[in-house]
Design a protein around this ligand. Structure first.
Ligand code: SF4
Length: 359
């Protein structure tokens, strides 16, 4: 199992009777509040405490992406913010530095009708939805059972897919559901060293791949994200080992896509990483400032990383559905040998993958 501990929950007054709250509060010690503190103690993000509240914003939103690079047109279903895992490179550390605790939006069920109505507006438009951008999709699923709420309605729609993206092996909710169609279970992968040293609280690489195999055996479509790729000492051997393990555990035909992205971060994240993860080596590389203001590796390094992973994956399977996350047309052409040209083109490529895998 993943390696983190939830100590307690705080529930907004009046929300005890909400079905998701009740489920969580049966399992976690709790107290109610009127005005909880909104400040984190320095360096502490309150990752051991759940905060159950009614979310007032829009549940379904386009991934912010970045207009300077080619993006995939993903929609984020905002079921929670912040994550009990503690990856050194996590961007949420700067997003939620001043927003303590793990916020669970327990009013998801009462908003589900409105969310689905947005998807149903245009049946010809394919909507790729994920819950894993502001939180890990499955880390808290044993408590929240998002899977119970979301799998049935997404399975019933031909113009949508729902991707659960995780670094855990919390697949019980998925396996106990009868629904498979339009559901994608997805793991972030990295080299064994990065998984073990920079992804605190996550399942081991082997546990992730065992969970992926179990999901494939149980009829699920799966996907993978090599993101963030980090050129650390021995990275070729490390990423080669990860791909070797994928070959051992998985059937490549059942993989809908595999994305690649290299480490990138806004400058304000750097001091936070230094403070919260003093032993990290991820900041040792040489970075430039990209067109979107984020620090990134030099182009030739990024191209080398992507080429290496692509060549190894393509030896295993001719059509692994590879794509790049937030990269330029030039980097696409140099590392992949082709480019979708723009975000619309990438969206079209991924929509075709959906049509091919979910016939
Ligand atoms: S699993 Fe994702 S959301 Fe959670 S800490 Fe790691 S990078 Fe952040």
């Amino acid at each position: 199992m993943a390696n983190f501990h939830i100590k307690e929950a705080m529930v907004a007054e009046g929300l005890h009777i909400n079905p998701m709250s009740r489920r969580i509060l049966e399992r976690v010690p709790h107290e109610s509040y009127e005005n909880p503190s909104e400040e984190n103690p320095p360096g502490h993000m309150g990752k051991d405490t759940l905060h159950l509240l009614a979310y007032k914003g829009e549940f379904l939103k386009p991934c912010p992406g970045t207009k300077e690079y080619i993006c995939c047109g993903y929609q984020i279903l905002n079921v929670a913010t912040n994550c009990p895992l503690d990856c050194s490179y996590c961007i949420l550390q700067s997003y939620f530095l001043h927003q303590p605790r793990l916020r669970i939006h327990v009013n998801l069920e009462e908003n589900l009708g409105a969310i689905l109505a947005i998807i149903d507006q245009d049946p010809k438009q394919m909507v790729r939805v994920g819950t894993g951008e502001f939180a890990d999709s499955l880390a808290l699923d044993p408590l929240t059972r998002w899977t119970d709420l979301l799998m049935r309605p997404f399975s019933q729609r031909k113009n949508a897919v729902l991707e659960f993206k995780t670094k855990t092996n919390h697949i019980e909710g998925l396996l106990s559901s009868p629904y498979r169609d339009r559901i994608i279970v997805s793991w972030s992968l990295n080299s064994p060293l990065i998984c073990a040293t920079e992804e605190k609280g996550s399942a081991t690489l082997k546990q992730r791949l065992e969970a992926a195999r179990r999901c494939q055996d149980e009829g699920f479509v799966v996907s993978f994200h090599f993101d963030p790729l980090i050129p650390h000492k021995g990275w070729r051997e490390g990423y080669g080992k990860t791909i070797g393990l994928m070959e051992r555990y998985l059937k490549p035909e059942g993989i809908i896509w595999i994305s690649m992205g290299s480490l990138r971060f806004m400058p304000d994240l750097k001091p936070i990483i230094r403070k919260r993860h003093p032993g990290t080596t991820i900041l040792d590389g040489e970075f430039i400032t990209g067109q979107d203001g984020k620090a990134r590796y030099f182009k030739p390094i990024r191209v080398e990383l992507y080429e290496f992973i692509r060549e190894h994956l393509e030896k295993w399977h001719a059509d692994p559905g590879l794509y790049l996350c937030m990269e330029s047309d030039e980097v696409w052409r140099k590392s992949m040998g082709w480019s979708p040209g723009n975000s619309e083109g990438l969206k079209g490529f991924l929509d075709e993958r959906v049509a091919k895998i979910f016939r």
